[in-house]
Ligand binder design. Structure first.
Ligand SMILES: [Zn+2]
Length: 287
């Protein structure tokens, strides 16, 4: 059976009318939770009859019958989700993402700090080395085996978001890379907690990030916490959801005390807020 995009829409409509998740999944082969939007992380769950899952023809790691589906900030809007059953049958459905709207943020940095980052060769070398170390640690993390987790919390209790995900930043009049996370305002010293179980992949003190911690949660998912006043963890440490990993600060390239919370899935930039929307059922596939 192949589900066309119009069939998926009808299915979604039915789900909105009958939002009883467990009953629907009882007869289903696959269900996907989350908001289908650029920058979203979604979580899929398959029944025992499913052997493998593919997103746009690429295999997805499944653990305890669950898997992540992540979509980058600038992801194309149409994607193909395919499941292969143990009896050899292949089912396909189309996921249509909604387009995310990104803000344009004007940021002013002190001249000294701004010019140091773009002119001083010593600083440029440091930034390049730090960028490479980060890339290497991401590659190494993908080799780690971790349990699947879909229980996520906010790392700080505050709700005031001062920098939105995906915003196109213009620093001192010069366009820079889009903002790959959210900034949450919080007083200096506020405890920062890990959003989920995982292992500390990298931490240290970098030019842009200041004191930072990056945690690997398994299956290609990482979370990062920048501009900390201090870090409480070391590389290789195992952490449990809610464990304190540092304190809010304004280290690195920062204009005031806040937490920069970023997430990536297999190199795709994910909006952290999408993790808090995972309770919403998006798609159920039945034979
Ligand atoms: Zn930020």
């Amino acid at each position: 059976m192949i589900l066309s995009s119009s069939a998926v829409r009808i299915l979604i409509f039915c789900l909105l009318l009958f939002p009883c998740q467990n009953a629907l999944f009882a007869g289903g082969l696959l269900q996907v939770r989350g908001i289908p939007r650029q920058g979203s992380l979604m979580v899929g769950e398959v029944s025992e009859e499913v052997e493998s899952v593919f997103l746009d023809y690429k295999p997805i790691a499944i653990s305890q019958n669950k898997f992540y589906l992540g979509f980058d900030r600038d992801e194309p809007l149409e994607h193909r989700l395919t499941i292969v059953l143990q009896n050899g049958k292949i089912l396909t459905s189309i996921i249509e993402l909604t387009c995310a709207d990104y803000e344009i943020e004007q940021i002013t940095l002190q001249e000294e700090r701004f010019s140091t980052s773009v002119q001083d060769p010593e600083t440029s070398r440091r930034i390049e080395m730090e960028r490479q170390t980060m890339q290497e640690s991401k590659k190494n993390a993908l080799l780690l085996e971790e349990r699947f987790t879909d229980f996520f919390i906010r790392p700080v209790p505050q709700q005031t978001i001062t920098g939105s995900f995906g915003a196109q930043r213009i620093v001192n009049g010069v366009p820079s890379a889009p903002h790959n996370g959210i900034d949450i305002a919080a007083p200096r010293g506020t405890p920062v907690k890990t959003m989920a179980d995982g292992i500390v992949m990298l931490c240290g003190e970098y030019f842009y990030q200041g004191n930072f911690v990056i945690i690997y949660h398994g299956h290609g998912l990482t979370s990062s916490y920048y501009h900390l006043d201090r870090c409480n963890v070391e590389v290789g440490m195992r952490v449990e959801v809610g464990e304190m990993i540092g304190e809010v600060g304004s280290s690195g390239r920062s204009t005031g005390a806040h937490l920069h919370w970023g997430i990536e899935w297999c190199g795709r930039r994910i909006n952290p807020e999408s993790l808090l929307e995972l309770s919403q059922l998006f798609l159920v596939v039945r034979e």
